[in-house]
Design a protein around this ligand. Structure first.
Ligand code: GDP
Length: 317
């Protein structure tokens, strides 16, 4: 029997790397889209890499014709909220329009060949913006407050459109999810690297932005498992994926310095206006009841363990 073929955009990012491992372990043949110039995959034996850009439509459509995947995971795009403030139009093109094009291409391929395709969109809690209800569910209105959230909302809404059109299209609304593969442009890794460097005497001061910002931080490998569960589920749908527990950046800092064995984190952390955001959602907390009931999904790693396992890797580095 032929192996199930999966196609992942953003295949060499944090989530793409964990999803590749997950799908490979479950017997899938994994193909991934990687931008020219991006670092190669961490596990080259587990994935066939195709160089290309999400905005090169003709090439992307030819590639999908060629691979004929039965699952498409759209993880590619601009993942940094901060970066999207500086490139808002690019954010719409890459996070929004490219997702629409992928769904349109998948739908046409399915129509032509009669082979069903599951499409899974990595959506973001940032779509809720300054949510007035907390925790959020799949029914919470979208109200993005930054270009990143708006671009992700466009793709999320298009998932509903293509689902109605007959594509098995699911949108997983992922809350922040971290791991030792997180780049230090994100605050968690910046903190764990900083705490480890200070513990080792390589650095004395860590400059951060808003310490009062709160996030629902989970363990990235749990989140890619949710993506795969949605692709396999009998019905497509929208699912909130998060832990249901929010912590402040300050709490993350305290936990990381504790794990690194540094007392008095206050002595080492400086708040720097350069790292503050023009608008910063503070009430993003997931209610993942639906994912638990319908997909059997639940987070497996606690906040304390998440922080200490990231710090442990940075202490070793
Ligand atoms: P995001 O939720 O996708 O924007 O993930 P980030 O890890 O980039 O940011 C999480 C939160 O940490 C946001 O509310 C930021 O304002 C806050 N934050 C505080 N200091 C920093 C910093 O130095 N770098 C980043 N990236 N975020 C910071």
């Amino acid at each position: 029997m032929a192996m199930t073929r999966a196609f992942i955009t953003g295949a060499t990012g944090q989530d793409g790397t964990y999803l590749t491992r997950h799908l490979h372990a479950h017997g899938y043949e994994v193909h991934g889209l990687v931008r020219p110039g991006d670092p190669p995959p961490l596990d080259p034996d587990l994935i066939t890499v195709h160089e290309g850009d999400l905005t090169e439509r003709a090439a992307l459509s030819a590639l999908l014709d060629d691979i004929r995947p039965s699952q498409i995971y759209n993880l590619g795009g601009l993942s940094s909220v901060a970066f999207c403030w500086s490139e808002p139009v690019l954010a719409v093109e890459v996070n929004g329009a490219a997702a629409v094009f992928l769904m349109e291409t998948a739908w046409k391929l399915q129509e032509r060949t009669g082979d069903k395709i599951s499409f899974v969109q990595a959506s973001s809690a940032e779509m809720f913006g300054e949510a007035t209800v907390s925790p959020q569910t799949e029914a919470t209105p979208l109200a993005p407050v930054n270009p990143y959230g708006a671009s992700k909302a466009l793709a999320h809404l298009a998932v509903g459109v293509y689902r109605a059109r007959g594509l098995h299209a699911s949108s997983l609304i992922l809350y922040n999810h971290e791991s030792p593969l997180r780049p230090p442009t994100f605050v968690t890794r910046k903190i764990t690297q900083g705490a480890a460097a200070i513990a080792k005497g390589e650095m004395t001061e860590l400059r951060l932005g808003n310490l009062d910002a709160r996030r629902d931080w989970g363990w990235a490998p749990d989140y890619v498992a949710a993506l795969a569960l949605a692709a396999e589920h009998s019905e497509p749908g929208d699912y909130i994926i998060g832990t249901g527990e929010a912590h402040t950046v300050r709490e993350f800092v305290a936990a990381a310095f504790l794990a690194a064995g540094v007392a008095d984190w206050e002595k080492h952390v400086v708040q720097d206006p350069a790292f503050f955001r023009p608008v910063d959602p503070t009430l993003l907390v997931a209610d993942a009841t639906r994912a638990r009931n319908e997909l059997g999904w639940r987070p497996s790693v606690s906040f304390a363990d998440l922080v200490s396992s990231m710090v442990a890797v940075d202490l070793d580095a």
